[in-house]
Design a protein around this ligand. Structure first.
Ligand SMILES: [Zn+2]
Ligand SMILES: [Zn+2]
Length: 362
């Protein structure tokens, strides 16, 4: 079938007509309603994250099932779905229930080469790579039974739900699935983008006594306060580490670093107390810093977290439940753009004007 898709190649992205080939038994064609734009799309566009090219971008898709493969029993045509990260379902970590640590994560989400890719997207004879087992910046995408999540409540505005599949579950999941802070503990979140602000909302859901948001943009810090931060620190006008140590009487129990800036990772390490944990979730291609001996004598733990260590089929419906109860207002992070307005959406995300753009496809 013919589709319209945002194809990236040579650092350029453009809306093109391409084709989808016949799907395999475990695959699903989704008619996209809205797809979130995430920094990973831009990292792929600019080859900071290496992938085969050309590639169709988009990995936070939401839409309606258009067609199912012959072996699919979990979904039917007309189901509302969100498409999340891809995983193999067969490796040791997948079998242990940690698909975000899938041993085939890189291959299944970014692809190794066009020859080995299972992408169903072609432009005539030219094979086009697939991102995160979806490539959902398009009118239709091919997902599979593993990375597709059914949304039972058809009353919810489906166009807003795509970002739950990556950025928002990364922030909230790092708190709720990985760090699991206790009610009396303190959390500091560096970076108030969609991941950081989702972590603020996650910490509020976990009833953390002290939730500190750090950013250099006062407007974002105001939003952090609205979403549940108990304290905010502007890292440009204040010494963030000292401010956090003062607020927490010596250092936070947990830090989340979502900015992807090396110097901020170092601040996060210094801002936690002895036995504290620093979760690094921001990917910028390269983190480089010297930590002297601050981790060992203070028994601090530095941990990388992918996709909030979520099981999307369990966690996304849980986040939607919190949203419906009024306790997870992630829609406040979203601004929608029409299908042909990707350039504006990228510009607004890069300039910081928009926290989470969603491109509408129908
Ligand atoms: Zn796996
Ligand atoms: Zn993402």
């Amino acid at each position: 079938m013919k589709i319209q898709a945002y194809v990236a190649d040579n650092e350029q992205v453009s809306l093109k007509e391409v084709q989808l080939k016949e799907i395999d038994a475990d695959e699903i064609v989704v008619k996209i309603v809205g797809t979130g734009l995430c920094h990973t799309d831009l990292n792929v566009l600019h080859s900071i994250t290496p992938t085969p090219m050309p590639i169709v971008l988009g990995h936070e898709g939401a839409g309606v099932v258009e067609k199912v493969g012959s072996g699919v029993t979990e979904f039917e045509v007309g189901d509302h779905v969100v498409v999340s990260f891809n995983y193999c379902g067969k490796c040791v970590n997948c079998l242990h229930g940690v698909p975000s640590a899938c041993e085939n994560f890189f291959q299944d989400n970014f692809g190794l080469s066009l020859e080995t890719s299972n992408s169903k997207i072609v432009d005539g004879e030219q094979k086009i790579a697939n991102l995160f087992g979806q490539s959902s910046l398009a009118t239709y995408c091919v997902a599979n039974v593993r990375n597709t999540v059914k949304i039972e409540d058809k009353e919810i505005d489906l166009s807003l739900l795509g970002p739950l599949a990556c950025g928002i579950q990364t922030g909230a999941g790092t708190i709720l699935n990985k760090l699991k802070p206790n009610i009396h503990e303190s959390v500091v979140i560096f970076g108030c983008g969609s991941v950081g602000l989702s972590a603020v909302m996650g910490a509020k859901l976990a009833n953390c006594k002290t939730i500190i948001a750090v950013d250099v943009n006062d407007e974002r810090l105001d939003l952090a306060l609205e979403l549940g931060a108990t304290h905010v620190v502007n890292g440009r006008s204040e010494d963030a580490v000292k401010a956090i140590q003062d607020i927490t009487n010596g250092g936070a129990h947990y830090a989340i670093e979502s900015s992807g800036v090396s110097a901020v990772v170092l601040q996060a390490i210094r801002a936690v107390r002895a036995l504290g944990t620093i979760a690094v979730v921001g990917a910028s291609g390269m983190l480089e810093f010297h930590i002297h001996d601050e981790l060992i004598p203070m028994n601090k733990t530095l941990v990388g977290v992918v996709e909030g260590q979520s099981i999307p089929k369990l966690f996304i419906p849980e986040l939607i439940k919190y949203y419906k109860e009024g306790n997870f207002p992630f829609d406040k992070l979203i601004k929608t753009y029409e299908m042909d307005n990707l350039d504006q959406a990228i510009h607004d995300m890069e300039s910081g004007k928009t926290i989470k753009p969603v491109i509408l496809f129908s």
